[in-house]
Design a protein around this ligand. Structure first.
Ligand code: ATP
Ligand code: MG
Length: 403
């Protein structure tokens, strides 16, 4: 290339300088193109003071690609819950075209009940991220179980608050949860059947055998004359020990599956178990509430009895209580059993979790037992003021009406 002389300038620019300038111009154009298409999110500038980094708006591009390709719904909402941005995944979840999703209110995809819950969730999102499980109402009328996580984002340039939301499809998690619950329920059923079998074996075979040995040893003790003093004393002691053994085996058998529960019902068994517990531990047990011997469904009676056993076991192990008050009531179509002690109490929030490998199973299995029969389970405990456990199980309408 030839040298160039510019108009109004006496300077002649040599050809290699022009080529250098063109190369730099091409480079600058390339950089601008890359910035525009989002390929660049940081520019490094060499200054006298050293290298300086400038982040660019183009960084959003990377996150946009990430959000578009993720398997969760991502939304940006205004403070009054209008969707200003939604990704394709969310549009697929609610089975609506993306252009119909954008600009509509998020509330339209929720049931009335869930809408009520959304307001406090949004409030909490200002300080901490919050989560809740809801059912999304899709465009075709179907329902989708999801978890929504909400976080308030920085104010935009005009000072308005925007809210970021991630929507996770919980269908698979729910299915796994249900499977796990069904499996645990089956394990409990098998455990109950096995307990019944062992209780029956103990009662029918071991207790009968011990009783036979007691009679033989009584006969032996009576046949020994007074002059055989030490041997007679030993035989009498043997009888007493065998008597205690028979009682203990009966107690174990009763706890495994109290025949009284099948024969006389829940109230009688609560009385018998409470009396036996008081005699053994010295902790008074007061039974209040219904005296009715009306029979409840067998699985409800069994669940209540097992929860009662577990609660008493906890009182014995942890509470150092003086008294336990047990209240059995039939109200509002449900049967409720409350077990309250005046012991040490504990902080339910501070319990180590089973997942960490050091939590107990008692409270967990009580909750599961209540859930299997459609009931609710609550624990209230205050340090140095005692613990109250309450389980409420709905009754079939026929029994509820009669109670
Ligand atoms: N009535 C109670 N009084 C005081 N603390 C209690 C009472 N019931 C439960 N706790 C506390 O709650 C914890 C959890 O009870 P949970 O029955 O789940 O497990 P655990 O009794 O420790 O073990 P497991 O029941 O599996 O033998 C107990 O370790 C104890 O600290
Ligand atoms: Mg326990």
């Amino acid at each position: 290339m030839k040298a160039v002389r510019y108009r109004n300038s006496s300077r002649v620019v040599p050809a290699d300088e022009i080529a250098g300038l063109r190369a730099r111009l091409a480079e600058a154009e390339g950089t601008i193109r890359a910035i525009r298409s989002g390929e660049v999110d940081v520019v490094v500038v060499t200054k006298k003071q050293g290298l300086q980094l400038f982040t660019l708006e183009g960084a959003e591009h990377t996150y946009r690609v990430l959000i578009e390709s993720m398997n969760e719904g991502a939304l940006t909402l205004t403070a009054d819950k209008v969707i200003v941005y939604a990704n394709e995944c969310f549009a697929r979840m609610v089975k609506c075209p993306l252009e119909q999703v954008t600009g509509s209110s998020f509330r339209r995809f929720l049931s009335v009940g869930d809408r009520e819950m959304l307001r406090p969730l949004m409030k909490r999102s200002a300080s901490t991220g919050s989560k809740m499980q809801v059912m999304l109402h899709a465009g075709d009328g179907s329902l989708l179980p999801v978890q929504i996580s909400v976080r308030e984002m920085a104010k935009d340039s005009s000072g308005r608050v925007t809210i970021g939301m991630v929507v996770t499809d919980m269908t698979e998690a729910r299915r796994t949860e249900e499977l796990l619950r069904a499996l645990t329920q089956r394990v409990v059923q098998v455990q109950e059947a096995e307990r019944s079998r062992v209780a029956l074996e103990l009662h029918d075979n071991i207790t009968q055998l011990i009783c036979a040995v007691v009679f033989r040893s009584q006969a032996l003790a009576e046949s020994l004359s007074a002059c055989e003093g030490p041997a007679k004393n030993a035989a009498v002691k043997l009888c007493t020990m065998l008597g205690h053994t028979a009682e203990e085996v009966e107690r174990i058998s009763r706890n495994l599956r109290p025949s009284l529960l099948d024969q006389l019902g829940l109230v009688a068994v609560l009385h018998a178990t409470g009396t036996e517990f008081s005699a053994r531990t010295g902790v008074a047990v007061k039974l209040l509430g219904t005296k009715s011997s009306a029979r409840l469904p067998a699985d409800t009676e069994l669940a209540l009895f097992r929860i009662f056993q577990q609660a008493l076991m906890n009182v014995e192990t942890h509470a150092q209580a003086q008294q336990v008050t047990v209240t059995l009531t039939l109200r509002g179509g449900s049967v409720c059993l409350a077990i309250k002690d005046d012991g040490l109490g504990f902080d339910p929030e501070q319990l180590p979790t089973r997942r960490k490998g050091n939590g107990g199973l008692g409270l967990l299995s009580m909750r599961e037992r209540a859930t299997y029969v459609g009931g609710t389970f609550t624990v209230n405990s205050v340090r140095r003021a005692g613990t109250k456990i309450e389980v409420c199980i709905p009754l079939p309408s026929k029994i509820a009406a009669a109670s």
